[in-house]
Design a protein around this ligand. Structure first.
Ligand code: FES
Length: 158
């Protein structure tokens, strides 16, 4: 993944990202949009679709398409279609987190809540808009601040 430009918040480890199941994957910046046709998908069959450096799973359901990213936002495991449950969530086989799909109609656009990716559907063409703003020297998440126990307890009444 690093060769493809992915980075991880754990490259700058702190107590939180080292000890909790936080979203650590930083998707590479890009100045362009990658797109692919979904016209060849068969009804009700989940298939991998490559969009630039990213792979998604897509399933045609009538006029709609259901989409899952295959990169786990935690540590970047490649999630598999055999780990999609009956309710539609994809389960990561590394640490067990689960992520919902999104469904797009003929012309729709949405951003995944758990990974910094926006996808757009125009007819049968799926496009991904990769993040463009982030710079590695800007913190992706607020750095954790050590707790001062004397401050934490001041004003507390027991
Ligand atoms: S890599 Fe940890 S839950 Fe997916």
């Amino acid at each position: 993944m690093r060769k493809a430009g992915f980075r991880f918040t754990t490259d700058v480890p702190d107590f939180i990202n080292s000890n909790m199941l936080t979203d650590n994957v930083i998707v590479p910046e890009s100045q362009h949009t990658a797109q692919a046709s979904l016209a060849a998908l068969k009804e009700g069959v989940k298939e991998e679709v490559k969009l630039g450096q990213l792979t998604f799973l897509a399933e045609k359901r009538g006029a709609d398409y259901t989409i899952w990213p295959t990169v786990c936002p935690h540590e970047g495991a490649k999630m598999r279609k055999d780990k999609i449950c009956e309710k539609g969530a994809i389960h990561c086989h590394w640490h067990g987190r689960a992520f919902p799909s999104v469904t797009l109609s003929q012309s729709g656009r949405t951003t995944f809540k758990y990974i910094d990716l926006t996808i757009r559907l125009n007819g049968d063409v799926l496009a991904v808009e990769m993040p463009r703003q982030k710079k590695w020297d800007e913190p992706h998440i607020a750095p954790s601040v050590p707790i001062d126990p004397s401050q934490e307890l001041s004003g507390a009444s027991f």
